[in-house]
Every structure is written in structure tokens, then in C-alpha cells.
Design a protein around this ligand. Structure first.
Ligand code: PMP
Length: 309
């Protein structure tokens, strides 16, 4: 577990980073969060934060949706993230969790006129789903929360009850993960991951208007599939039955990274093993995030060498 957190404007020991039980976000879910990985590269003895600017840009957008005004720019948040990781002195993969919240207590559901605040904590991390090479999924009986109810393009704390319901239903039913459909029955995403399917030699992923989080990994793998592996990638609504007929399917996200889906609703995907392209993409992705692909090195921010102490 981590030793420090950024809290009330400074880096403090973890045990000092506490909010009251009367806190508005604790009571009503009126906060938002981010999830960012930092990858350890042993040869270079360096820790690289993956696409931190993109993550903090989305984080500030989530804050905007909730009328949380923070006195920090993207650049300042990236800088704070680097300071925090250096204080921890990680020499292993780590995860950063920024949270934007309402820094007030009391009763009353609303978003406006409540002081916003940000905290960031970190933790060492390994893999997220227990079976990244053979993920067995079910289509959830829970629908994805629609943008007209709570915007899924923001990482809004209260909305993650939707993800938790789907995830627990899947695990308690003997699967590894869930796929949620939109209210109108199209494929949306996993509990905390975007989804891609391969059919007839082309990759497809739901558009951002199908109640998905605008994933940073989604945009990363779209670029890698197109520019390195030479595939066409289309954003369009997907039917549930297309999952059953796909040649390959994978989840992607900061947590799951690239996880091969080998079974949907007890039907094998392709021949039931990790797909060839998914396998290639995973190898490529892991090289990219550790700073081993020169073309994409600018996505990786060195924590120890490249930033102010
Ligand atoms: N969808 C949801 C619901 C998520 O929580 C996440 C994880 N942040 C993702 C997709 C993947 O997004 P990203 O690649 O930006 O981590």
C-alpha cells in the first residue's frame, strides 16, 4: 500500500488523508475519478506514466460535468502525480487514483455552489482481471447507465454502482467479467473496459455515443491497430449477436490493459483461444506502455529522470 497522498494541496502521510462521514461525495456519490498506470522499465531503471496529460484532461472534464472547479491545470496535476510517485520511490508498476470531490459536509443533493477539491493516492498494481488471456464473459442483465441519466463519458463515482452491479453479477454467476448493453440493446462496454471485436478482417468498437467511457486505451489501441498492425477500425453500434459471431474480441482499459475474451454467454469466440491479432496487439501494447517503442515514446512520461524533484 502507498505511504503518501496528495490531499488539501500537499503531499501528506496516507493516514492524514481522510474525509468526514458527512462529506457530500461520500453521501451522494457526487465526485469523479481517474485511473492511470505507471510502468516500471527495469533496463532503464525508470518509471513511465502512460499518457498522463490525456488522463488528467479527461479527469478535469469529468470534474466539469459535476461542477467541480479545481485550481489546477492539467500540467500541474501531471506534475503532482510525478512528485507523488517519486515520494513513494516505486520500482514496480503503480496505479494513480485522482479523485475530484465536494469538500463540504451536510445534507442536500445538488452540484452547484459546493467547494471542489482533489486528492490523489497511489498503489502498486499487477493485473486487474484474473484471466487476461482467457476472459469468460456474460452479457449483463444490467443495462449501461445512459448519458441521459448519468453521463458515462465522465468517470462519475455514483455511476460506478452500475459497473459494480454488472461485475458482481458476472463473478457470482461464474464468469470473469460482464458486457453491458445500452438501453436500446447495443453493445456498450465492460464494467471498466472498452470492447473491440474482429469480424471479416475489420475491427469494430462502439461509438462514444453508445454510453461508453471515452477510454484512453481505446484511443491507444485504435491507433496501434491502424498504424502498426494495418487494420481498418470502425466505430459503429454493435448488436449482441455480433459478439457471438466475432472472430476475436478483447477488452481494453488502463486496468485490464488488453484482455482477450474467449467466451461470451458460454459460446466460444473464434476457436475459443486468444486470437492471433489480439495476441500481437497485447505484445505491442506492453512494449508501448513501458517506453520500448520509439514511435510512441512521447506517450510515456519518465518519473525519475524527466521531472523536477
Ligand atoms: N470504461 C469504463 C467504464 C472504465 O471505468 C474504464 C477504466 N477507466 C474504461 C472504459 C477504460 O478507460 P481507460 O482506457 O481510459 O482506462
Amino acid at each position: 500500500m502507498s505511504r503518501f497522498a496528495f490531499f488539501q494541496g500537499e503531499i501528506v502521510p496516507m493516514e492524514q488523508a481522510v474525509v468526514s462521514v458527512s462529506n457530500h461525495t461520500f453521501n451522494y456519490g457526487t465526485g469523479c475519478f481517474g485511473g492511470i498506470r505507471a510502468y516500471w522499465n527495469a533496463e532503464e531503471q525508470e518509471l513511465f506514466i502512460f499518457r498522463p496529460k490525456d488522463h488528467f484532461t479527461r479527469f478535469l472534464n469529468s470534474c466539469k460535468l459535476l461542477l467541480i472547479n479545481l485550481p489546477y491545470s492539467v500540467e500541474q496535476l501531471v506534475d503532482i502525480a510525478g512528485q507523488l510517485l517519486r515520494r513513494e520511490a516505486y520500482r514496480e508498476d503503480a496505479y494513480l487514483r485522482p479523485i475530484g470531490y465536494k469538500d463540504v459536509g451536510g445534507i442536500g443533493v445538488k452540484l452547484h455552489d459546493l467547494k471542489g477539491q482533489v486528492t490523489i493516492w497511489t498503489t502498486p498494481i499487477g493485473s486487474y482481471v484474473h484471466n487476461e488471456e482467457r476472459t469468460r464473459v456474460m452479457v449483463s442483465s444490467w443495462r449501461r447507465v445512459p448519458d441521459a441519466a448519468i453521463p458515462p463519458r465522465g468517470k462519475i463515482i455514483g455511476a460506478y454502482v452500475n459497473s459494480a452491479l454488472a461485475k458482481s453479477e458476472a463473478i457470482l454467476s461464474g464468469y470473469d467479467e460482464a458486457i453491458c448493453l445500452t438501453d436500446s440493446g447495443h453493445v456498450s462496454e465492460g464494467s471498466a473496459a472498452n470492447i473491440f471485436i474482429l469480424r471479416g478482417g475489420k475491427w469494430y468498437t462502439p461509438p462514444v455515443t453508445d454510453d461508453v467511457l471515452e477510454g484512453i486505451t481505446r484511443s491507444t489501441v485504435m491507433q496501434l491497430l491502424r498504424d502498426v498492425l494495418g487494420f481498418e477500425v470502425m466505430e459503429r453500434s454493435l448488436d449482441r449477436s455480433e459478439l457471438y459471431l466475432a472472430d476475436e474480441i478483447f477488452f481494453c482499459g488502463t486496468g485490464v490493459q488488453v484482455a482477450s475474451i474467449t467466451e461470451v454467454d458460454r459460446r466460444p469466440v473464434g476457436d475459443g483461444n486468444m486470437g492471433k491479432v489480439t495476441n500481437q496487439l497485447r505484445d505491442l501494447y506492453f512494449r508501448v506502455v513501458r517506453g520500448r517503442e520509439p514511435k510512441y515514446r512521447s506517450w510515456c512520461l519518465p518519473v525519475y529522470a524527466g521531472m523536477r524533484a
